[in-house]
Design a protein around this ligand. Sequence first.
Ligand SMILES: [Zn+2]
Length: 174
Amino acid sequence: MKDGGRKQGAMSPCAACKHLRRRCAQDCVFAPYFPADEPHKFASVHKVFGASNVNKMLQELPEYQRSDAVSSMVYEANARVRDPVYGCVGAISSLQQQVDVLRTQLALAQTEVVHMRMQQVSSTSSDKLKPVSAGFNSSSQNLLSSPSSRLAKSLLAMDMVVDQPNNGETLWSC
Ligand SMILES: [Zn+2]
């Protein structure tokens, strides 16, 4: 009598109903988005938002938007579990900082390019004017270019510090 609604009583409950230890109805709102083989998805969403709130949020949305809403809630919940203070905002602000650092690096590199082009122009024009003193010109150019090559090296070093693949991986693997 209890399982009268189910044609095949062997059908397993969705991850949400299993977690909540309740009977999974045929029209269960969670079932399409929380399959039994992914129990961790509902566990973190339940911990952060609460089952009734998730239920309410899904009911308020048209069906075609529910899958995206669940992905977003799972992402937010995982971020909140990992970082109880900042949640998603922690990931966003850390990425924004990376963007700022990279913009600064880009500006430095562009300045460097302009600087090097100017050096090139001035050295070729002086070569044309005084071909006899070419030896002197090239040695003075070496003196000028050494600090800029040091800057280029420090930029490369900065690049390695900023690029943190492990950090990025943990931020996005939800
Ligand atoms: Zn269910």
